[in-house]
Design a protein around this ligand. Structure first.
Ligand SMILES: [Zn+2]
Length: 367
């Protein structure tokens, strides 16, 4: 039959066509990175080619909502325990979900920058629970230059407790031309303490610097760029404008940024302008549409993983002003329904792809 013959021909071509994955060797073991939606907090799960796992932060306190989303990503990756957990810093959007997560999945190794430096900060009330958890397992306070032992990857600590690496990474260390025009930013107490890591898998490179602020970016990247260039930057402090200077973003030259923003947290015009003008940047992937971007500064919807439970009918063109902090703020749009991650899969040869699990849109980044 004609239909069968056509189908058979199509199948034959699919198997035989040079350049398709099927025609080449079986897929090599890859690095998988899940940026989980924790509503403007951070939870980034890194699974090495040997199946070992590193979770960076645990999202917000949310009656198990964020914890369940992290466990779902771990399950998708085939991971049944967290081998290493990095607490970047003691803020509730990074630590608050941990007491809810810990009973749901075993965590073997707890990593931080040392004790909390801000007794008035949002994460201070969770420090006791943190200490209780790590007392029953392994605990390491890391310094810049330390390595986190994970099979198949080189995971290097580049910032911690307000210190930065002093020696450039291999192949890095060129003068950073953006230092000359750097404008200092504002700091709170804990963000600049963030544990930041640089991850190498074969020819693929990425960084996650927690909520490291602009002044620390300057210390890390000036006068010489100690990190070199990377393929992707993860987190970017939710896309907040207290971070993301040109000395960091433009010098690191990422092709991809995956932003842990909320509906009205991060993604504001200053950050989006730096990202959109970064040399070589191809795509910004976001956890949410940010009202602080407005349509003016945002990215196409296919790169945005989540919408609130009751999505507005029209997207505002003008960026919103950031709402006031704390009890002055109007309630955030609710998102307790299905949540979606952005997943990056990298190969040892440096090629990688990024997928939005809401719409299954995937883009492949060749070397
Ligand atoms: Zn944060």
């Amino acid at each position: 039959m004609r239909t069968s013959a056509t189908l058979l021909l199509a199948l034959t071509l699919a198997v035989a066509a040079p350049g398709t994955a099927a025609a080449q060797r079986p897929a090599a073991k890859s690095l998988q990175i899940y940026v989980v939606d924790v509503e403007g907090g951070n939870a980034t799960l890194i699974v090495s080619p040997t199946g070992e796992s590193l979770l960076i932060d645990s999202g917000n306190p949310s009656n198990g909502r964020d914890a369940a989303r992290i466990v779902a990503a771990a399950k998708d990756a085939g991971v049944s325990q967290i081998d290493h957990f990095i607490l970047t810093h003691y803020h509730a959007d990074h630590l608050g979900g941990l007491p809810e997560l810990a009973p749901m999945i075993p965590i073997r190794h707890f990593i931080d920058h040392g004790p909390n430096t801000d007794p008035m900060g949002s994460g201070a009330k969770f420090e006791g629970a943190w200490k209780e958890l790590y007392a029953k397992a392994k605990h390491t306070a890391v310094k810049p230059g330390d390595r986190i032992p994970i099979g198949g990857l080189d995971v290097r600590v580049v910032t911690s407790n307000g210190e930065v690496i002093r020696t450039p990474l291999a192949g890095a260390g060129a003068p950073n031309p953006y230092c000359a025009t750097f404008k200092p930013g504002t700091n709170n107490i804990e963000d600049p303490m963030s544990v930041g890591v640089h991850v190498t898998f074969g020819r693929f490179r990425t960084i996650h610097l927690g909520d490291l602020t602009k002044n620390k970016e300057f210390e890390l990247m000036c006068p010489n760029n100690r990190l070199g260039t990377v393929d992707a930057i993860l987190g970017v402090h939710h896309g907040q404008a207290t971070s993301n200077s040109e000395v960091m973003i433009h010098a690191a030259r990422p092709r991809v940024v995956i932003m842990t923003n909320g509906t009205r947290k991060g993604g504001e015009p200053d950050t989006m302008s730096v990202l959109h003008s970064s040399p070589g940047l191809e795509d910004v992937w976001q956890m949410h549409f940010s009202l602080l971007s407005g349509q003016e500064y945002t990215v196409p919807g296919m790169f945005i993983a989540n919408v609130p439970d009751e999505a507005p009918a029209a997207m505002p063109v003008e960026p919103w002003m950031a709402p006031p902090q704390g009890t002055q703020a109007p309630p955030a749009p609710v998102h307790n329904g299905p949540a979606f991650w952005v997943k990056l899969t990298a190969q040892e040869d440096g090629t990688y792809s990024v997928t939005n699990s809401r719409n299954n849109f995937t883009k492949r980044y060749a070397r």
